[in-house]
Ligand binder design. Structure first.
Ligand code: ADP
Length: 418
């Protein structure tokens, strides 16, 4: 089934930062292009990309993998592909991808070799990669996985803008410090309106190879907590497993090599979750928007034609500025909520306004001025909006679920206890 990625691509949002132009067209024959990113290196992003690719393959998909980690390409090693040998090309200069266990793959490492990192600067990298990805004989693919370079700098930002992504996955480890860094990754994708498909927590629980008992080496559940706090899906966690390292070092990814292991099963569960999410992307999704409130510029659509009485309660299909103090939200099931904007400010869920662990409110309603109102409202994927308020506050993410619950509790006016 096809999603509507053309509708929720990343461009055209008025007032948003520079957007992809012609380079961001969908690649023919490729249903889903998915980026895998991380805030920093060493969290297992490439390992996750490779094993997730094979897990999707085991579910019957045709998969391609691009190692976009130009400075430290590790995919050739993990797949046992030769490096330093330019890939074959056809007479019309198309690149023939390498193939391993039925997976098509291409890596900068195939061009540069292990010891010879590509010395390319940001703009060159993305130009090169775009050519690289678009010029490969992929054939028809269900998923093309793009293993991004670690980090959230210019290279990553340019890259995610220069290809048409269905969405992005963030890999993190459970420690607080990684989670903080992973958050930066999330923000980067949000800036360019790439939907976040979810968070994967890697190296979570250690499973004893002898007795099968699980031990939390690092703090467990950080990824899950972060996804709840930021209102993005949690795709699942991968245990810490020595076989993952050995398999990676020897070019035998664990999902292929030991498909019945706990780790391989964890990858399969994540792949199932991911495929489900992509296939159930709402067909009525609003286009991404960056909306200035006063005067109203870039107001999103109000899709009354998309109302379905049995539709989702938490899919917003319209936002409207009813008056200077009222934001209306139209839901797919036809319900409409009118929110006083100050009440929305009071209902902010961010870590500055609400204590993370206990849920205790930190924001004193008396400190919020009566005339507080949005400066801008931006969409975040298909699931949330964010505000920049005229009191300078901007860190809250309002998931549709949260907004609907606010409306249903008639919390307008007593929003501080939500
Ligand atoms: P990144 O792409 O984020 O830099 P890699 O995928 O190269 O990270 O992984 C870094 C190291 O961690 C590798 O040695 C890899 O085998 C190991 N690793 C990755 N995931 C796991 C895991 N779940 N359990 C144990 N080791 C892992």
């Amino acid at each position: 089934m096809e999603t509507t990625s053309s509708q929720h691509g990343h461009n055209h949002a008025p007032g948003a930062s520079p957007q992809p132009s012609s380079g961001a067209e969908k690649l023919p024959g490729i249903r889903h292009l998915i980026a895998v990113g991380s805030g920093k290196g060493g969290v297992g992003k490439s390992t996750v990309s490779v094993n997730l690719a094979f897990a999707l393959q085991q579910m019957g998909g045709r998969i391609g993998l691009v190692d976009a980690d130009v400075l430290g390409p590790s995919i050739p090693g993990m797949l046992g592909l030769p490096t330093g040998q330019p890939p074959a090309t056809t007479s019309d200069q198309k690149i023939v991808p390498a193939e391993r266990y039925g997976l098509k793959a291409i890596s900068m490492g195939m061009l540069t070799g292990d010891d010879n990192p590509a010395i390319l600067r940001g703009p060159m990298v993305s130009k090169y990669l775009r050519m690289f990805i678009g010029n490969v004989l992929w054939g028809n693919l269900d998923y093309l996985i793009l293993d991004l370079p670690p980090g959230t700098g210019d290279i990553q930002l340019t890259l995610v803008q220069s290809v048409h992504l269905s969405g992005a996955i963030i890999v993190t480890t459970p420690q607080d410090v990684s989670l903080k860094i992973a958050r930066r990754g999330l923000r980067m994708f949000e800036t360019v309106h790439v939907p976040i498909l979810g968070i994967i927590e890697n190296m979570s629980t250690f499973t004893c190879p002898h007795c099968g008992k699980g031990t939390d080496i690092f703090r467990h559940g950080g990824g899950d907590r972060m996804s709840r706090e930021l209102a993005v899906p949690f795709l699942g966690s991968i245990p810490l497993d020595a076989d993952i390292v050995t398999g990676g070092d020897e070019g035998r990814p664990i999902v292929v090599d030991k498909p019945n292991s706990i780790a391989a099963q964890a990858y399969l569960a994540i792949a199932t979750e991911l495929a489900g999410r992509l296939h159930h992307a709402p067909s009525t999704a609003l286009k991404p928007f960056a909306w200035t409130w006063e005067p109203s510029v870039g107001e999103p659509a109000w899709l009354e034609s998309a109302i379905q009485p049995s539709g989702s309660r938490t899919t917003a299909i319209g936002f409207r500025r009813r008056d200077a103090r009222t934001l209306s939200v139209l839901w797919e099931d036809g319900h409409r909520d009118d929110f006083d904007v100050r009440d929305l400010r009071l209902a902010c869920h961010c870590a500055l306004c609400l204590e993370e662990m206990s849920g205790r409110p930190l924001l004193d309603p008396k400190s919020v001025r009566p005339d507080v109102s949005p400066r801008t409202i931006n969409s975040v994927g298909h699931y949330a909006i964010t505000f920049v308020w005229n009191d300078g506050h901007s860190t809250g993410i309002y998931s549709f679920k949260h907004l609907r619950a606010l409306g249903e509790r008639r919390a307008v006016g007593v929003a501080e206890d939500v």
